[in-house]
Design a protein around this ligand. Sequence first.
Ligand code: UT7
Length: 314
Amino acid sequence: MKHIGITGIGTFLPDAIVTNNDLEKIVDTSDEWIRTRTGIEERRIANEAMDTSHMAVIAAKNAIMDAGLAAGEIDLILVATATPDFAFPSVATMVQEALEIPTTPAMDISAACSGFVYALVTGKQFIESNTYKNVLVIGSEKFSKILDWSDRTTCVLFGDGAGAVVLSEVSEGKGILSFELGADGAGGKHLLVNPKSNTVVMNGREVFKFSVRQLPESTLQVVENAGLTIDDIDLLIPHQANVRILDAAAARLGIPKDKISTSVRKHGNTSAASIPLALSYELEKGKIEDGDILVFVGFGGGLTWGSVCLRWGI
Ligand code: UT7
């Protein structure tokens, strides 16, 4: 049996930091409301010239370099995004062109905030089946372009950015131990992009209830699938939407708060990019050691959810 894990990681965050105080000047909100209701302190917003594909390319190049590979050694490109530059061509094919690796297969995966986990699991299957050796998995989002900047209930929540990983074979005992994916199309109406205005519309309370329920459930399931228990988790890296959701999940699972990443404070909700961005954030802080058990959990639009349990290291 093959062991498949993350052998390289790269990210990109736009330079421009937008604070809660900056948003007070645009909509009727306050730093106090945003901090207490979401935990978000600031987010990055990309400029006009920087679209989802541009951020994806930079994150991808960093990940390939970190893996010690040449771009030509990538066999498949998967991009999780809800904010592609165009309906088509896909962001993945734009990344392929920028990496100058013609003929390499490339496609986008649409599962909103769960997209990175869906893409990771998809990439794993291709390596497991001996089809490909190295799969580039990217989460890239420019949510700022689909926000109604006069709607305080949504515009304060999101941020832009990209994260990428290289998936390859790793040594025995390391890498992805289990996964779990799911969806509830009936809940899709609670979080969508209005086709007329092309802006995000969310029933925050319904999505909040779903998230607080599904994050712990999916975590329990993926840990059980790996033959482990909650106590074995060294760091839980969920999709970063709201610190209150993360706190509620920690309480339900009986996990100490310092075992859950809360990078949403600095990035806002970056949708499909949030998990690789959080992973990189925790690595930089030295919170992840070789052999640690990590759990990624995505949840969001669709409604969709998914988790991956892995032992860190190559
Ligand atoms: O990434 C996909 C997953 N997404 C999520 O998981 C998001 C889930 N939902 C949430 O995180 C929360 O529901 C929100 C952060 C979106 C909202 O928090 P809440 O505690 O559920 O607030 P609420 O919607 O119940 O609104 C409470 C009040 C309302 O005023 P009234 O009706 O009580 O007078 C809102 O109009 O807060 C008001 N409000 C604001 N006030 C100041 C809503 N947004 C703002 C704002 N600033 N930005």
